[in-house]
Every structure is written in C-alpha cells, then in structure tokens.
Design a binder for this molecule. Sequence first.
Ligand SMILES: [Zn+2]
Ligand SMILES: [Zn+2]
Length: 190
Amino acid sequence: MEIIVRPFLAELDYRTLNNLGNDISREFENIKVAAAAGADNSNLVQLNKDVAFQSSFDNQRNQWYSPKLLDWFFEKFRPKKDTKILFILDVDAYSNGLNFVLGEASHKGGLGAIYLPRIKQEFYGLKPDNELFYQRMVKESVHELGHVFGFFHCQNPRCVMYFSNTLSDTDNKERSFCQSCRTRNFRSFK
Ligand SMILES: [Zn+2]
Ligand SMILES: [Zn+2]
C-alpha cells in the first residue's frame, strides 16, 4: 500500500511537503508516502482547454464544485488498487448541502482532496500563521485519507475523524485516530 500526496493548483515548498508526507505516514502505521514534486506541475494551458475540468468551476459562486472535481481526478489519474492519492488544492470548493468544504473524499474511492484557502488565517483577515496552517493541513489530510481508507466520522471531538463543521472543530481535534477508530480500521492499512 502506498499514499501519494500531490499538490495541484497549489504551491508547497519541498520541506513542507516532505514534513507533511512524514506526518501522514506516522498516522497510517508508517505506510510509504510519496510526496510528488514540491511545486505544482499541472499544465495550466491544457487545463484551460479541458472542458470537463473547467465545468467543475461555478462562476456564480466563484468556487469549485468538489464532487465533480473529484470525478475528474478519478478519470484522469485512475488510482491503482494499492495506491491512495491525496490532492492538495489552493482553491475554494463547496459540496452538496455545504457552503464550503475543507476537503472531501471521492465516493468512487482511491482518492481525496483538501482545499487550502479556508485553513489560512489571512482568509479571515487575520495575520498569517504558518504553524497553525501546517497543523490544520495535516489534520485535514489525515481526515480525508481516513475516508479514502474507509473510516467513517467519529463522535470523539479529539479524534481526527470528527467532522469539522467549523475551523475551531479542526483546531480542537488531534491529528491522530482515536483508539476505537484505530482498532476498527487498522487492517485497512495493510
Ligand atoms: Zn469527513
Ligand atoms: Zn475516532
């Protein structure tokens, strides 16, 4: 089993991406995590011409429609059975019945995405806080990958699988699975 972390329409420096890979690996029983190129290497010219991709953007809301984006990723990247992919996007997104999402997992399996703008303090007119941003990114990454591995939401507010309705829910929870989530799902990492 392998996890691939891939920035897409996002710039993350090599060190941050590397740390993120290590922190994710630790939560998944030291599964191998490959952090793809630190800089985003998506081809913007090609993306601009890609009708299916462009149609995931909602002009009126000025947000990406996450389920459609995830379907597009699925068609494009076709994750293999033993590979799970986490896309990191620096764009704002929404989903069914939700004004925004910090991340979402594909219902087709194999991949998930996190969306960075709303985990940055500056989104709310506050002073940038790199450490806080990083901690939130780790939690959202582990949470969405948890879904990709078949974890459901957990009632324990400290557990990483607790549903974050607000950013303070994210800040209050740990980056780790609680003992009961761990026991229930441990075998899915193998
Ligand atoms: Zn969730
Ligand atoms: Zn839990």
